[in-house]
Design a protein around this ligand. Structure first.
Ligand code: SF4
Ligand code: SF4
Length: 533
């Protein structure tokens, strides 16, 4: 149980120096105990030192807060993200992608010790002409930051939480709303973060538990530093960024509410954050116009944040893939992705290597991978399997069952037909499935509607011929109702239309349900097949 300091405190400072966890703090000349740090002196002293040493018994056990939590005066925050309730621009430069990977993949990445013992993770850029190096540091306050070494660094890396990647993305989104993010700060409250992460729906967590979690997650992206050695690219000259924080946590304001006994309860937090020097080179509008730096941004779907917050424990591999795909899909919709690459992202190189040698590990990893792919599919990231390298016999069972008709009679016919085949859908995978998977590819992921803008943004660029061809035939966008009506007019089932278009039945169903919007190429295809051209 944590302790708290009541309003009777006279500020004699007898308790603070003796607190073994540094939980006793002073803010606005008031003493208070950080409940996320106080552990009642467990493991240090037999009795809570603040309670023992306080001459006026002002330190008392913290009781659960009753009633509503209300913050009287709050610092004005930066405008809310996700104004359209779906997505928001966010800084998507490679350094942001790698920090996202680092927070999600942690020990799975190849960390290396330098000559001084400091651990670092290095990512090469432009085929080795440059590099980005990350290091982990202990605190958010100390300047200049000191990189951790050896076991201390390893345990700090192990303590990182994949959910901190969501907080990093929230920072990356706020940074795009500022003209010069490397100079200006943005302010976020716990209420905003709760809403972005979908935590306000978590009735199982107390207010204090949510605040403790938010505070912890908010600090983690600020405990990583980077140094960048960037080569010349196009007209942008090469540059170097000295080792510095990616995000500066300039301050945390704690908001308290007093109860009738004078006990102070933590009821709110406000964070002041600033982007590091990297933003001067990768999120610089003016510099981008003058061709001296980049301005790289993508679209952050709000649904991604709540999805990661929901699945991180049961399906960490799926959460890792989802975060990785956010950046990968920005590079173009039709990105072929090999299965070993996806597995390394989801589970780390070491696990994939072990699985290659041990049958039981292999079976376990395969089961997890197929189940994680199903989770992605459930959240609207539908893998399109390469028919050559990833044919149905080695696809997961759930993928084969997406075409199962909804209608009971048609379903019975489906299973009867399957039963008369030499191989059945429910048969276990063929021999050598693992080896085949190591050469298999996913052609691309069909994305949920909220993910789409980033794909279209990227598509704008080079394809002049294609654009001209499409522009010459600009057609109004087909609505889901029009597609459904046209299909029914032709007396086609979703299954039949799926066959005619070369798509899956679930794709047609999702388009008609409005879960996805067909791309312009698919719109053309649908028009042709449905006779709407
Ligand atoms: S109970 Fe112990 S750990 Fe908690 S605030 Fe008091 S001295 Fe610090
Ligand atoms: S809680 Fe007690 S010991 Fe600590 S500063 Fe206040 S009065 Fe002094």
């Amino acid at each position: 149980m944590a302790y708290t300091i009541t309003t009777r405190c006279v500020g004699c400072d007898s308790c603070r120096p003796h607190c073994p966890t540094g939980a006793i703090q002073i803010e606005s000349e008031q003493y208070w105990i950080d409940p996320s740090l106080c552990n009642s002196c467990a493991g240090y002293y037999p009795e809570p030192q603040c309670a023992v040493l306080c001459p006026i018994s002002s330190a008392v056990p913290l009781q659960a807060k009753k009633g509503r939590c209300k913050v009287d005066t709050r610092t004005a925050t930066s405008p809310d993200l996700f104004a359209n309730s779906k997505s928001n621009p966010f800084a998507s430069a490679i350094v942001m992608w790698e920090l996202c990977n680092l927070l999600a993949q942690r020990q799975s990445l190849p960390w290396e010790a330098d000559t001084t013992g400091k651990l670092s993770y290095r990512r090469q850029v432009s085929k080795g002409r440059g590099s980005i190096t990350f290091r982990v540091i202990e605190t958010v306050e100390l300047e200049p930051p000191v990189a951790l070494q050896g076991k201390t660094a390893l345990s700090a890396i192990g303590a990182l939480d994949i959910r901190a990647a969501c907080m990093h993305l929230i920072y990356a989104a706020h940074a795009t709303a500022i003209e010069k993010p490397w100079e200006q700060e943005f302010i976020i409250s716990d209420r905003q973060i709760e809403e972005y992460l979908g935590l306000e729906k978590r009735k199982d967590l107390s207010k204090l538990a949510k605040l403790t979690l938010i505070k912890d997650l908010a600090q983690q992206p600020c405990k990583i530093t980077t140094c960048i050695d960037w080569p010349q690219q196009g007209r942008v000259q090469g540059f170097t960024v000295e080792d510095s924080r990616l995000w500066h946590l300039l301050g945390i304001q704690h908001h308290f509410q007093e109860d009738h006994l004078g006990c102070k309860h933590l009821v709110g937090l406000t964070f002041r954050v600033k982007a590091g020097t990297w933003a001067k080179y990768f999120l610089n509008k003016q510099g981008c116009r003058e061709r001296t730096s980049f301005y790289q941004y993508g679209s952050l779907p709000k649904s991604l944040l709540s999805a990661v917050m929901s699945i991180w424990q049961q399906h960490e591999g799926a959460a890792r893939m989802m975060l990785w795909l956010l950046f990968k899909t920005k590079m173009g919709r039709e990105q072929r992705i090999t299965i070993p690459t996806l597995m390394r992202v989801a589970y780390g190189e070491a696990k994939v290597t072990v699985a290659a040698s041990y049958r039981e590990e292999r079976k376990r990893l395969l089961r997890t991978f197929e189940s994680d792919l199903e989770v992605l599919n459930h959240y609207g990231l539908k893998p399109v399997f390469d028919p050559i390298t990833y044919p149905p016999e080695i696809q997961p069972l759930w993928a084969k069952l997406v075409d199962l008709p909804d209608d009971a009679e048609a379903a019975l016919e489906f299973w009867t037909k399957d039963g008369s085949n030499g191989t059945r859908l429910t048969d276990s995978g063929p021999r050598g499935k693992w080896n085949r998977l190591m050469n298999a590819r996913i052609l691309w992921f069909e994305l949920p509607a909220a993910w789409e803008p980033q794909a279209t943004e990227v598509k704008k660029k080079p394809q002049r011929t294609t654009n001209r061809r499409i522009n010459s035939k600009i057609q109004p966008v087909l609505s889901r109702e029009e597609i459904m009506a046209a299909r029914k007019n032709l007396r086609l089932s979703q299954r039949e239309l799926a066959k005619m278009t070369g798509k899956s039945q679930s794709w047609i169903r999702d388009i008609e349900n409005g879960r996805f919007r067909a791309s312009s190429a698919d719109q053309l295809l649908l028009r042709k097949v449905l006779g709407l051209a």
